[in-house]
Design a binder for this molecule. Structure first.
Ligand SMILES: [Zn+2]
Length: 316
């Protein structure tokens, strides 16, 4: 195969991700150039000093990330931490490719698409949120789960315990791990029986949420429980990776049972409780690992380059 240069990768990714259709908070694509061919790409969530160091150790020619540099509103001067990062890239002839929103919204390589797949969520659609198309994803579970069960599922997939806020007041009541319920000792199928001893009904009434005006033929109205169904169980889920906790209100407006994002703010708790949405803050970093990983793997298939995702641990 022909020698690959960074401009070629940038053009390819921008076209693939539809970057020209998206208004972002930072420059999309090539943020720092290198000279010469690209043989090895290291990818990661954020172009931190630790990720650059990992790229230098692996003799990479390019770093591919979701969170690059030059965010709107930040000081523009190349001083301090920003200088050290960019100097390390240039000194080692490493290019930086950064795709932020395009790598959240893309239908295949986006963080939301990849997270939905990882969690086994059945996607029903995507909405515009915060002025960006296809940023808020929604779908359903193949089988209803309690908040505790869904939290455990998220933890087992992402390797990180989510922070919960919402109508299930028994969630996480024990000091270690999740609250252990008698029902969890039963076989899986039996856990969904109507009898659930020792579980207090949450005190929060399901609010009368107006169905949104958006016409969506052929899609079941989410969050609508049939008579006799347990309203505490999670059937429909919205999700938006990263720091999108504010869209818990979008989940509430659509009548979704649960919402997953990365972070949590003080007010998220109250919105989740009062609107009856099971909210899971599953980690900004943890929810945004999979888009850039999928894109890097794809580039290694399309071009004569190798790719390695480096997971720099981040508790946030
Ligand atoms: Zn992010």
């Amino acid at each position: 195969m022909a020698v690959t240069e960074i401009q070629e990768l940038d053009t390819y990714c921008s076209r693939l991700l539809g970057a020209d259709q998206i208004k972002d908070y930072c420059p999309i694509g090539l943020q720092v150039e290198n000279a010469g061919p690209i043989h090895r790409i290291v990818s990661g969530v954020t172009a931190s000093e630790a990720l650059i160091q990992a790229a230098i150790e692996r003799e990479a020619n390019a770093v591919l990330v979701h969170h690059g540099y030059f965010w709107r509103g930040e000081p523009e001067s190349l001083v301090g931490m920003k200088f050290r990062r960019i100097k390390a890239l240039i000194d080692n002839n490493i290019a930086l490719l950064a795709y932020h929103l395009p790598l959240d919204t893309h239908a295949q390589y986006g963080n939301n698409a990849q997270l939905g797949q990882k969690l086994g969520l059945m996607t029903d659609g995507a909405l515009a949120a915060g002025g960006t198309d296809n940023l808020f994803w929604y779908g359903h579970l193949t089988e209803p789960l309690s908040a505790v069960e869904f939290g455990e599922h998220i933890e087992s997939v992402l390797g990180r315990k989510p922070v919960y806020a919402g109508p299930d007041q028994n969630f996480g009541r024990t000091s270690v791990g999740y609250s252990v319920r008698p029902s969890e000792e039963q076989p899986f199928e039996e856990r969904h029986s109507e009898e659930q001893p020792n579980i207090k009904q949450p005190n929060i009434k399901q609010p009368n949420i107006k169905q949104p005006n958006i016409k969506q033929p052929n899609i079941k109205q989410p969050g609508t429980n049939h008579p006799g169904e347990d309203s505490r169980l999670i059937r429909t889920v919205g999700w938006c990776t990263g720091g999108a906790q504010q869209f818990v209100t979008v989940a509430a407006e659509r009548g979704l049972d649960a919402y997953i994002s990365g972070e949590i703010s003080e007010q998220t708790t109250h919105v989740a409780r009062e609107c009856g949405v099971h909210y899971f803050a599953a980690g900004h970093h943890a929810t945004e690992r999979y888009g850039v990983l999928a894109l890097g793997e794809h580039l290694a298939e399309q071009f004569d380059v190798s790719h390695q995702f480096v997971d720099i641990d981040n508790p946030a």
